[in-house]
Design a protein around this ligand. Sequence first.
Ligand code: AQP
Length: 326
Amino acid sequence: MKRIFSGIQPTGEIHLGNYVGAIRNWVYLMEEYDCVFCVVDYHAITVEYPVQEFKKRIIETALILLACGLSPEKANIMVQSHVQEHTELAWIFNSVTPIGEVERMTQFKDKSKQHRSNINMGLMGYPVLQAADILLYKAGYVPVGEDQVQHIELSREIARKFNSRFGAIFPEPQPILSGAPKILGVDGESKMSKTLNNYIGIMEEESAVWEKLRTAVTDVNRVRRKDPGNPEICNIYTIHRAFSENDTLLTIDHGCRSADIGCIDCKKMLFENVRAELNPIREKAFALQKDTDYIIDVLKQGASACSKIAKETMAEVRNVLGLLIP
Ligand code: AQP
């Protein structure tokens, strides 16, 4: 069975972008692939983070993955730092990765602007660690949002460079995009992001979700109710595509272009559909909150299965590198 790897950072509340861009796809894919889904805690320490809350955030992230439908019977769910070979392989990959390649990464440039006082080596090496995350398991596919595609291209490049220098060990991984690979934030400008505070969290109270949707930016050219709008440039329509059936999409497309329906009507329809999909997830999450021991067990089980694969890969890697085996 082909293997998949993907990860999510424990950097805050999981939002609609994470859900439709990645997690919902993971739930479908785990039925057909051998999957490793990872809470990537070492990636999250590359920026300032609340150390005292970190353990809780890691567990909460795993909890949401389970609530969204990931199953430990069908996929390995684990925490990155629990399998130490991730960082070991990243160090080795540092030695085959040209600095120019990581410097040109869009995420590095964006995060460097956001964290001017802390542009550290970890921030720059983020995609190298990501390549190690993926290739440690020899994963051929990586289901991610559009923002991560450039990093997957770099993972391929790293695999190629390693293979040509030391021997063919690694596959060249391909991204798998969901039907909604890029959701913008409620500002209608930047990617919906945990740290940009422009998100709708999947665990947010219904009233908060509605308030954020109600005030979210739509087609900026549609100033008055009677102006026709253009769904193609409206972020609310993009989110509709991820949550609504075709007949609703057609109704909105036509109603927006002809100004038969206003933005608030459109948002009300979206709110109902988001609510219908998120309610069962929220209920499951509330139930899991009472059983943290179960989540810890799932993560232990995932780490144990992943450690076996990681050790096999690293034995091959150490061998081709010509290291002295102790
Ligand atoms: N807005 C988005 N639309 C579609 N997909 C998205 N993803 C993130 N935002 C969107 C996808 O979610 C997965 C997990 O993301 P991550 O936690 O690794 O970090 P990120 O991509 O940097 O997401 P955030 O929310 O913006 O996190 P912060 O603010 O902590 O940096 C990935 O597959 C990602 O593509």
